[in-house]
Design a protein around this ligand. Structure first.
Ligand SMILES: *[C@@H]1O[C@H](CO)[C@@H](O)[C@H](O)[C@H]1NC(C)=O
Ligand SMILES: *[C@@H]1O[C@H](CO)[C@@H](O)[C@H](O)[C@H]1NC(C)=O
Ligand SMILES: *[C@@H]1O[C@H](CO)[C@@H](O)[C@H](O)[C@H]1NC(C)=O
Ligand SMILES: [Ca+2]
Length: 344
């Protein structure tokens, strides 16, 4: 009967399907036949048996699949858990690191505060550039001296010369560019003016405060040929405002040939609006600066800046009588101070 033959092939086909879907099934040479007429087939006992086995097997397979999937999922879960654990550890590490650095910076701040507190009571105070030098700042340049209630000093920007003759110098005056006018009034000389990196006057109140300890003054000069000379004075003192910022000097030393500041020793400070000089004239107006005018000058370091060509024609220039005479205006001048007992 064609029907039984068909059923037999159907069984075979089923078998093939089962075999393909489960490779562990004992291998048997498959017969080529389309799996077309599976549906509606009337089956013998053997076929039912096979069908049950197939069903069993598929169930087993899908069971296995589910189990595997479950296993795989659990592995994935474990991996993920491990990963997140690692991340947690990592983040805890980062946390710890940031806490550590925070702690470190707090320690820095505390040290700074401690240093500032100490500054107010000990001999270790930051008075000037020489203090900074002793604290191992050895590069010339602009520094900020902290304000100090104990010393009664405000914060002050200064230029420190840490190289010349051992360093530790606080620069109180500079002429080098000619861009800043020094023909100023009493109040401006009191407070200071100009730029710390360029031409400036540090201010009479500041200079007074910085010279309360036994202090040395150094004047450096350069002419238009590029020659350089210096003058130093021991025991430099600038009086307070009540004393009209009177200048006191000790002994002169140096290589500029002539002590042209000695003439201004024990003399009060004068500006165009305050005549404290020893003359009938108004020296500050004649010499166009603020200075310890006597009657009037042997030196005029705060005079008018004249450039090359104009530099030797005027009495109100930046002069140092005894090096180039009374009408030679210098190219560059720096005045700087440091404590008498400074040890480089
Ligand atoms: C199907 O599997 C069950 C156990 O899971 C077994 O008891 C039963 O005999 C199996 N049937 C066939 C047709 O193999
Ligand atoms: C100036 O020098 C002389 C010696 O030449 C010395 O006796 C005197 O004490 C010095 N004065 C000052 C203020 O340093
Ligand atoms: C300045 O005057 C004092 C006396 O008041 C004197 O001891 C000192 O040597 C003078 N300095 C200069 C450079 O002339
Ligand atoms: Ca006068």
């Amino acid at each position: 009967m064609p029907s039984t033959a068909l059923s037999a092939t159907t069984c075979l086909c089923l078998f093939i399907v089962v075999f393909v879907s489960h490779p562990a099934w004992p291998q048997k040479p498959p017969k080529r036949q389309g799996p077309a007429q599976l549906k509606g087939a009337k089956c013998c006992e053997a076929v039912r048996e096979l069908q049950a086995q197939v069903a069993n097997l598929s169930a087993a397979l899908s069971e296995l699949g589910r189990k595997q999937e479950k296993d795989w999922v659990s592995v994935v879960m474990q991996v993920m858990e491990l990963e997140s654990g690692a991340k947690r550890v990592e983040s805890r590490l980062t946390d710890a690191e940031s806490k550590y650095s925070e702690l470190n910076s707090q320690i820095d701040i505390m040290q700074l505060q401690a240093a500032q507190t100490v500054t107010q009571t000990s001999a270790d105070a930051t008075y000037d550039c020489s203090s900074l030098y002793q604290k191992n700042y050895r590069i010339s340049g602009v520094y900020k001296l902290p304000s100090d209630d104990f010393l009664g000093s405000p914060e002050l920007e200064v230029f420190c010369d840490m190289e010349t003759s051992g360093g530790g110098w606080t620069v109180i005056q500079r002429r080098k560019s000619g861009l800043v006018s020094f023909y100023r009034d009493w109040r401006q000389y009191k407070q200071g003016f100009g730029s710390t990196r360029g031409d400036f006057w540090l201010g009479n109140d500041n200079i007074h405060r910085l010279s309360r300890r036994p202090t040395r003054l150094r004047v450096e000069m350069e002419d238009w040929q590029g020659d350089r000379r210096y003058a130093e004075y021991s025991h430099f003192v600038l009086g307070n405002e009540i004393n009209s910022y009177r200048l006191s000097l000790g002994n002169y030393s140096g290589d500029v040939g002539n002590d042209a500041l000695g003439y201004h020793n024990n003399t009060a400070f004068s500006t165009k609006d305050k005549d404290n000089d020893n003359c009938l004239d108004k020296c500050a107006q004649l010499r166009k600066g603020g200075y310890w005018y006597n009657c009037c000058t042997d030196s005029n370091l705060n005079g008018v800046y004249y450039r090359l060509g104009e530099h030797s024609k005027h009495l109100d220039g930046i002069t140092w009588y005894g090096w180039h005479g009374s009408s030679y205006s210098l190219k560059r001048v720096e005045m700087k101070i440091r404590p008498e007992d400074f040890q480089p």
